[in-house]
Write a protein that binds this ligand. Structure first.
Ligand code: ATP
Ligand code: MG
Length: 406
């Protein structure tokens, strides 16, 4: 029944100066997200994008558009000849989506082509009365209708639509610069990554593992999460795997149990910052949420965050766990995140980690760990990088030699 899809841009369109750039970038994103549909044509007119379906399935296209960042909402559109009877019939078909519901509606006709014999007001009545006769359960409410039936009259074609489906929101992927994401196997960090991507940040993920203390499944889980995130990117996502065992072991040997998580987080950030600078990224994104665990008290965040100069972005910092879980379910990472495989940090979690670490003490302990700087350098130079797409098998490994872990 639908002939095309109307796409509305997101919040970034208020940015006057950058508007043109965002619009063309968005057009490219839509084209690449929908490239597997061969018959589609995508066009841009001032402030909007139209996708002509040319026989492709609307549902399949809609499924893809729901995840696409930079699209505020979209509507499936029916095209009819610009002729009164055809328009009236078309509106019945579109309203037929709500046959039995007791709903309120309103008609909004826009006469883009002023040559059409009836003006917008007349058309609102002509269409509205016709719809009411055909669907008696509907009622008119011009102030707060459940359904707004829109009709746009052009010289040859008229477009009719009523449904408004939320798109991915935010900015087109990559239009706000690049960051690295600290991706653990937990619930939070994939959600943090998704939030950052939604704000237009291009991401590269970094995961720290502690083979042989952590297992093959723990890695598979993170690869799976990164693959899931790559779906939102619409292009391959890099996952850097950093071998963390030596550093962790040296911290364990320092006999500062209560401080060990603080030390590990600081080392992770140091490594992440080096990778970021190497990859041209300007921020580090984490899944921290205030007060969630000992390492996420304000005091811990302060001592941990001081390790690096790059901005630390914590999209979930003020969110409740339940809200985060809700998002994880929505973006399809939750089921993977709750698989039981151990993370490198949980293995070393002491009985009572400090919630109030002291910066000077942390720095002093670090300065007494032999070869810490070398180990950090080695971790960076020895990391391995996967380039992942949603349906990848995890192949395409690059980097300084495959280790036995794979
Ligand atoms: P999640 O693991 O889902 O983020 P969490 O509550 O388990 O949630 P922590 O383990 O305290 O969080 O970690 C805080 C943040 O540090 C994570 O959100 C993530 O950004 C980063 N992080 C922790 N462990 C790792 C790891 N092994 N690799 C990469 N980043 C990590
Ligand atoms: Mg975790």
């Amino acid at each position: 029944m639908f002939d095309r899809v109307l796409l509305r841009f997101g919040e970034y369109m208020v940015k006057g100066k950058n508007r043109g750039r965002f619009e063309s970038q968005m057009l490219r994103h839509v084209q690449s997200a929908l490239q597997s549909f061969e018959r589609l044509t995508v066009t841009r007119t001032y402030g909007r994008i139209y996708v002509a379906l040319n026989g492709e399935s609307y549902d399949a296209v809609a499924d893809r558009l729901k995840d696409l960042f930079g699209i505020a909402s979209f509507s499936p559109v029916k095209r009819v000849e610009t002729e009164l009877d055809a328009i009236r019939e078309g509106t019945i078909e579109v309203m037929g989506l709500f046959p039995d519901a007791e709903r309120t509606f309103k008609v909004s006709v826009r006469r883009v082509w002023k040559g059409f014999p009836h003006d917008s007001q007349e058309m609102n009545h002509l269409v509205g009365s016709h719809v009411l006769r055909a669907t008696p359960k509907l009622k008119v409410d011009v102030r707060r209708p459940d359904v707004e039936l829109r009709v746009e009259i052009h010289p040859k074609d008229t477009y009719i639509y009523s449904e408004v489906v939320p798109g991915g929101g935010g900015f087109p992927y990559g239009t706000n610069g690049k960051a690295v994401l600290l991706l653990s196997g937990g619930i939070d960090s994939p959600v943090a990554g998704w939030s950052a991507m939604r704000k237009g940040l291009e991401l590269e993920a970094i995961h720290f593992y502690s083979y042989p203390f952590t297992s093959e499944q723990a890695k598979d889980k993170v690869v799976e999460l990164a693959k899931r995130l790559s779906r939102f990117a619409g292009r391959p996502l890099k996952l850097h795997l950093v071998h963390f065992t030596d550093i962790q072991t040296s911290f364990a040997q320092a006999k500062q149990d209560r401080l060990i998580i603080t030390l590990m987080r600081r080392a992770m950030l140091r490594i992440a910052e080096r990778i970021a600078l190497r990859e041209g990224a300007l921020a580090i994104v984490t899944g921290d949420s205030l007060g969630q665990v000992a390492s996420q008290t304000l005091s811990s965040m302060n001592v941990i965050g001081r390790t690096v100069d790059l901005p630390l972005l914590r999209p979930l910092v003020m969110m409740d766990k339940q809200e985060i879980i809700g998002l994880a379910e929505r973006i399809g990472t939750y089921e993977t995140s709750i698989l039981p495989y151990e993370d490198c940090c949980t293995l070393f979690v002491p009985q009572s980690p400090t919630t109030n670490p002291n910066l000077r003490v942390a720095e002093t302990v670090e300065s007494h760990i032999p070869g810490l700087e070398e180990m950090i350098e080695k971790a960076v130079s020895g990391m391995e990088t996967l380039k992942l797409t949603p349906d990848d098998t995890g192949a395409g490994l690059t980097g300084a030699g495959k280790n036995e872990w794979f």
